[in-house]
Ligand binder design. Structure first.
Ligand code: SF4
Ligand code: SF4
Length: 354
């Protein structure tokens, strides 16, 4: 979704990806000309990974059977492929999306895609709640999933482990950009992770948990340098990596003191539907590691990205106090939310994708 300048740019990234040991391409019709450029680049590329490319594309939820069939044929045509390895529901984010996949036209579409032989397996990506992702895993319809799994936001890791345990493939969505804009980290975060670069530590953290695919999001060949260094570095964290992650947590805890939100979600539900843990997570990142730019960007996307991100910000808190007795850390939640709002409310920035 990032090498969108031309088919030549895509071809350059593809060749560098093969050299780096990458074998999985993940795209979607929603990423502008990506599929078209990818199809053309695949035709002209001289190199292919051993065992060939694994290609994933996606369809938005809510389509009718006929719309979905037409769109899948469109994907194959643009990619210039006879069949697709992986077809994902792109953004199983809301209960109605789950229902669509469970018993609506989505079910018929996914079954047709498999039975027609056009697709090897079906899965989903989700930015939704943990309960919704758990319910999607329980459908036993999907054999892979793409989730937000991050060193600085590990709350969905138990779901990833559950999926891996069931034999599913698990892809980590954007560990760099959505993981805290780790491709351009704050000086404080760099210092907190020293001697390992924050992005390297984040990738290693996910690999050590057995995550099957990391999305690297390359716009140019040079964006794949780190991936190529890590190509054969799966397996458990070594002693230095463990120590760096420990230091990271300790420093965050020290800087936030009694105001650290433990992300346990016990404060929910809020009658005003304020997503308390997600908002306080951004505050944790600002005060814990000086990730102000990333946190401001995410905060100011609230309510502007449909079902791809939160829809209610901290200003909706009316200080009713319902959440207070539920917080095991006795946090003054309304005050922390007001502080979050005043720190992060700023001019919106451009959004590439959720
Ligand atoms: S105090 Fe604010 S955040 Fe807490 S439950 Fe009431 S409205 Fe929601
Ligand atoms: S209950 Fe307290 S610590 Fe847990 S997520 Fe809510 S605010 Fe954070």
């Amino acid at each position: 979704m990032r090498a969108l300048g031309s088919a030549d740019q895509m071809a350059e990234v593809l060749d560098a990806a093969v050299q780096a040991g990458i074998n999985h391409l993940e795209t979607a019709p929603a990423y502008g000309p990506a599929e078209d450029f990818l199809g053309r680049a695949l035709q002209r590329s001289k190199h292919r990974p051993a065992g060939d490319w694994v290609i994933t594309s996606k369809l938005l939820p809510g389509l009718s059977l006929e719309q979905g069939q037409r769109q899948l044929h469109g994907i194959l045509e643009r990619l210039q492929c006879q069949r697709l390895d992986n077809l994902a529901v792109h953004g199983l984010n809301r209960p109605e999306h789950l229902l669509w996949a469970q018993e609506g036209e989505g079910r018929a579409l996914l079954e047709w895609a498999m039975e027609s032989g056009l697709v090897d397996q079906v899965g989903f990506s989700s930015h939704g709640s943990q309960q919704l992702i758990a319910a999607a895993l329980d459908l036993e319809l999907f054999t892979f999933c793409s989730l937000h799994l991050h060193l600085l936001d590990p709350q969905r890791l138990p779901l990833a482990r559950q999926a891996l345990h069931r034999g599913m493939g698990v892809l980590a969505i954007s560990p760099a950009d959505k993981g805290g804009r780790l491709q351009a980290p704050s000086a404080q975060l760099i210092d907190d992770c020293t001697p390992i670069a924050p992005l390297e530590l984040a990738y290693r953290y996910l690999l050590s948990h057995g995550v099957s695919s990391l999305t690297v999001g390359a716009a140019q060949a040079s964006d794949l340098h780190l991936a190529s260094q890590l190509a054969h570095r799966g397996g458990p964290l070594n002693a230095q990596e463990q120590e760096c992650i420990q230091t990271l947590k300790q420093r965050r805890g020290h800087r936030l003191g009694a105001e650290l939100c433990g992300q346990c979600q016990a404060c929910l539900p809020c009658p005003s539907e304020v997503p308390i843990p997600e908002l306080l997570r951004l505050r944790n990142l600002v005060l814990g590691h000086d990730l102000i730019e990333f946190s401001q960007e995410r905060y100011n996307l609230i309510g502007r990205a449909g079902h791809w991100w939160e829809e209610i910000d901290a200003s909706a808190c009316d200080a009713c106090g319902d959440c207070l007795p539920r917080c095991p850390h006795h946090l003054p939640i309304p005050q922390l939310l007001a502080d979050t709002h005043s720190r992060l409310k700023a001019t919106p920035r451009r959004r590439l994708w959720s």
